[in-house]
Ligand binder design. Sequence first.
Ligand code: ADP
Ligand code: SF4
Ligand code: MG
Length: 331
Amino acid sequence: MPVLEVKDLWVSYTRGGIRAYALRGINMSLERREVMGVVGESGSGKSTLGHAVAGLLPPNSIVERGSITLEGKDLTKMRDLFRVRGTGVFVIFQDPMTSLNPIMKVKDQLAEALQVREERESLPSPFIRWSRRRSLDNRTEREFLEALTRVRFRSPQEVLEKYPHQLSGGERQKVMIAMAYILRPKVLVADEPTTSLDVITQAQVMKMLLSLREEQGTAILLISHDVMLVSKLSDRMMVMYGGMVMEEGSSEELTKSPLHPYTKGLQASVPTQFKGEGRVKQIPGYPPNIFSMPQGCPFHPRCEMAMEVCRKVTPQESRRGEHNVSCHLYG
Ligand SMILES: Nc1ncnc2c1ncn2[C@@H]1O[C@H](COP(=O)(O)OP(=O)(O)O)[C@@H](O)[C@H]1O
Ligand code: SF4
Ligand SMILES: [Mg+2]
């Protein structure tokens, strides 16, 4: 049974009294220990999907239709945010400051994670009565130090006493991963986790995310605009555009033999060491705004293969060998 299953998910946002869809019938599933890459240009709906899975959609959004099932529980039916958090989905954003509390020391943030986990596991929690002024008990401190060591902090004892602003961007992201070690989420949503980091720290943080998967069997939804990065690190990949899944399949298949014109376009636009400057070809035009989404296939205004039907009818997802693809060329 997949740990996470999303079925026919439609999510809308309302702005200035107008409602528009950011997700239009998303289907996906994630197995334990699997890394699913979610790629697509800015505005494709990647973060909306990540937020929906984590129960963190903003107040101006509505889940119009569909289900998000985590180990058999439908998260869309849960209204209470804390309960959703306790179900075992954890999010790492591009900017860790959005998740870390600026006035809490690292040890207090880790303590919160432990409390959530213990509530989830319904064990009597020593932290329900825990106050920040008291020192950590030995067992807990050992667990915290171990988590910080796993994410390669050289002096974890010092890190426990630090506030987020005393850490670098990369170190904050490492604290987030240490929190995940303690929280033991079933699913980790990593939304552009390394976009604001330098190349070396990027590689370190990615390696740590993958270790988390190895050690705890965490399933990871790895969201990024960086197709190359994602194709190297994920088992499967889904390519999103206009709030729809354009193509989905094993990362190897999608890299070697993409079917969808949008997947092909994304790959052609990536400079690699094998291509000369002239071989890089940007997709013409820009992704659409959800408030002015074209009729039919959302990609048709930019697609070289567009046919008459593409301007009128939205393509349905269909199976082609190992791929799921939404395109009239394969319908
Ligand atoms: N809170 C919001 N209110 C209105 N529109 C939003 C909101 N958040 C995102 N959108 C719109 O939804 C679409 C998808 O956004 P998003 O999920 O952030 O895409 P991505 O992460 O792929 O860049 C975009 O057109 C974006 O402008
Ligand atoms: S459905 Fe038509 S416009 Fe859309 S990607 Fe396929 S060929 Fe292009
Ligand atoms: Mg985003």
